[in-house]
Design a protein around this ligand. Structure first.
Ligand SMILES: Cc1ncc(COP(=O)(O)O)c(C=O)c1O
Length: 447
């Protein structure tokens, strides 16, 4: 039994005030957005989010993985308030101010690798990916890239050329930026080559060399490999232990840049500052966004200094590195350090994994449990032998959990995505997981 008073459902959601908002939204807001369920936000504090009808949910979404230090962390709010009384904007692209330089220095400290680095700031994840791709092109004077099937890197035209997670993201938007070759991502639960780990001996890596670079994509024309260390939207898929070391051998062999998209997995989510640290590999460029500024818009790339040699005017964005976002990011980094949140992400993550592993043994529809730290996926299948993805069942679990006060969503085809703020306590974990597990069991029993 949980010892906390959350969640609190006072009216079955969506309540009357949420329904009113939904009606206006339908009139005025672009239909291109995907809404998982009608959760209409009034306020948030820590791991709790309150809807406009007064229901309080435990947030396992972290506002789509943008709130690693929780909703309205007092340090972050205080930093924003103080900065808002000094100045709100003065294009870092054309002038100078301290918050942007201070943040760049901190990001260079926390990203993998002790070498010299420089930082470029944009406003979002897609902008970080755009910047990384443009920098790689500029520096290498090469035009081709390797990316991965099921990847998600954003939706601007450049970024979406690398995204390959769902047809809807690309339909009617062709032609894409040319030169991107997608290869299978290592997914040991659903090996794209139908092999088994470890007998496969990492064919998914050798395939890139032997079947792609040696057959039809001239390696001397490839600028780099863009990869998520753990696929996010693709289903919270984590590669096997030696994957990145072996991939690095390919990038070293041909002199390709390793571009690490940490937009979802970074800023402490997995128990390290950046997820690729689990594989002990140092990338050339790291893309950061989402949780970097605890909910304010900010994107960044951190690159080896010797690579960031593009000329003045080659790339910039008016609001990139705006002072409010930068102070929010500085305060977020301080909070992660001072509150030992990397340790907490590991501790709570291991605990959730253990709970779900136990549940897997007794639940026919829980096919796979995976992840690192607090980036955890629980894949729902029709049955464990065929592993057929059970999309409707996963959506049912998501909706039933929400109705009972747990804000949780899916990723991939049928994976429940568990990504609470990394400040979450054991008590709140228990309160949330009691409900989620109960709902999984309930759906498991349905025919
Ligand atoms: C790994 C990854 N890269 C890039 C993006 C795009 O970020 P944004 O939506 O801020 O453009 C996302 C967003 O979900 C992401 O998960």
């Amino acid at each position: 039994m949980s010892m906390v008073s959350y969640p609190k459902i006072v009216v079955s959601p969506p309540g009357p005030k949420a329904r009113e908002l939904l009606k206006k939204d339908e009139t005025y807001i672009s239909p291109s957005y995907v809404r998982f369920y009608p959760l209409a936000i009034e306020s948030g504090k820590g791991c709790i989010v309150k809807d406009v009808d007064g229901n309080e949910y435990i947030d396992l979404n972290s506002g789509l993985v943008c709130l690693n230090v929780g909703h309205c962390h007092p340090k972050v709010v205080d930093a924003i308030k103080k900065q808002s009384e000094k100045f709100l904007h003065y294009s870092n692209t054309d002038f100078y101010y301290w918050p942007v330089v201070n943040l760049a220095e901190k990001l260079c400290e926390v990203t993998p690798g002790k070498f010299e680095k420089k930082v470029y700031f944009g406003n979002s994840g897609a902008e970080a990916v755009e910047a990384a791709v443009k920098l790689a092109k500029w520096h290498t004077r090469k035009q081709r890239f390797i990316a991965f099937i099921s990847a998600f890197h954003g939706r601007t035209l450049g970024a979406v050329s690398f995204t390959a997670s769902k047809p809807v993201q690309r339909r009617h938007f062709f032609p894409m930026v040319p030169g991107v070759t997608h290869v299978p991502y290592p997914n040991c639960y659903r090996c794209p080559f139908k092999l088994s780990y470890p007998d496969c001996d990492y064919w998914c890596v050798d395939f890139i060399d032997e079947m792609v670079l040696q057959k039809y994509v001239p390696p001397e024309e490839v600028a780099g490999i863009l990869i998520e260390p753990i696929q996010g939207e693709g289903g919270y898929v984590a590669p096997p232990p030696e994957y990145f070391k072996r991939l690095k051998r390919i990038t070293d062999k041909y002199g390709l840049l390793l571009i690490d998209d940490e937009i979802q997995s970074g800023m402490g989510r997995t128990g390290h500052w950046f997820a690729i640290e689990h594989w002990k590999v140092e990338p050339d460029v790291v893309c950061i966004a989402k949780s970097i500024a605890s909910g304010l818009p900010l994107g960044a790339i951190v690159s080896r200094t010797r690579l960031m040699d593009w000329e003045g005017g080659s790339h910039a964005s008016t609001f990139g590195g705006n002072p409010l976002s930068c102070v929010a990011a500085l305060a977020s980094i301080d909070a992660i350090k001072e509150e030992n949140l990397l340790e907490n992400a590991t501790k709570q993550g291991n605990y959730i994994m253990k709970r779900l592993q136990n549940l897997k043994d007794e639940c026919g529809i829980l096919g796979d449990v995976r992840g690192k730290g607090l980036m955890i996926g629980a894949e729902i299948v029709e049955d464990k032998d065929t592993k057929k993805p059970a999309k409707e069942k996963a959506l049912k679990i998501m909706l039933k959990s929400w109705k009972r006060g747990i804000a949780v969503i899916t990723c991939g085809i049928s994976t429940i995505r568990i990504a609470p703020p990394i400040i979450i306590t054991r008590e709140l974990v228990d309160a949330a997981m009691d409900i989620v597990e109960d709902v999984i069991k309930e759906v498991d029993k349905e025919k």
